[in-house]
Design a protein. Structure first.
Length: 200
């Protein structure tokens, strides 16, 4: 019985290596061509998560050096505002004093919630700083909801005019479901004071 020619063995080894190398190059080329078409599944991570589920924003004209305060109340909780800046649900991000001690010229306050407890929410604005006689401060209030894996959606927007020191007005009273949906016919401006005292 005749053995294999050493030259034949070497030829087959070269062909085998060439085929493997070409297959590897082809695989790498396919992966490179597919990469631009691959999109990761949208997931909510700590890095990209919205800072809150319910966002209540308040803004008044930047050229008015007056102190307006935002107050919010979640269902079955105490109000959150300048002297109580954190509760179980809401946190006041910043107590803006107008132009006093402000790094920017924007008059703006915002409260964020953790979770969306079902029930009635109250949003009030309070004229803390003094006003000149006859001066009016238009205060814009926007309420938005951020559900998990969804974009932020604006629910309510209004403007309240403040005219005197100490004036507190209810911008909104409304009810939300646990999924963050607005309960039909639950929105009102029926006055409900939230400031019950406390340190400034």
């Amino acid at each position: 019985m005749r053995g294999l020619d050493p030259l034949d063995e070497e030829s087959w080894g070269t062909v085998f290596r060439d085929v493997i190398l070409l297959a590897l190059i082809g695989f790498v080329a396919m992966v490179i061509m597919l990469l631009p078409h691959v999109r990761p599944v949208k997931t909510e991570t700590d890095e990209h998560r919205s800072p809150g589920n319910i966002i209540v924003e308040m803004q008044w004209p930047n050229d008015l050096p007056v102190d307006v305060d935002l107050w919010v109340k979640a269902p079955r909780e105490v109000p959150v505002g300048y002297w109580n800046q954190g509760g179980n649900t809401f946190n006041l991000l910043r107590d803006d004093l107008g132009i006093e001690g402000d790094a920017t010229n924007r008059n703006y306050e915002v409260s964020y919630s953790r979770g969306i407890p079902p029930g009635e929410y109250v949003v009030n604005v309070h004229m803390y700083g003094p006003l000149s006689r006859g001066e009016k401060v238009p205060v814009s209030i926007v309420v938005s909801v951020k559900k998990p894996l969804e974009d932020t959606r604006q629910l309510l927007a209004t403007t309240v005019n403040l005219e005197r020191h100490g004036q507190e007005e209810t911008a909104y009273r409304f009810r939300l479901t646990s999924e963050g949906d607005l309960v039909e016919d639950s929105v009102s401006t029926l006055r409900r004071p939230l400031i019950t005292g406390g340190p400034r």
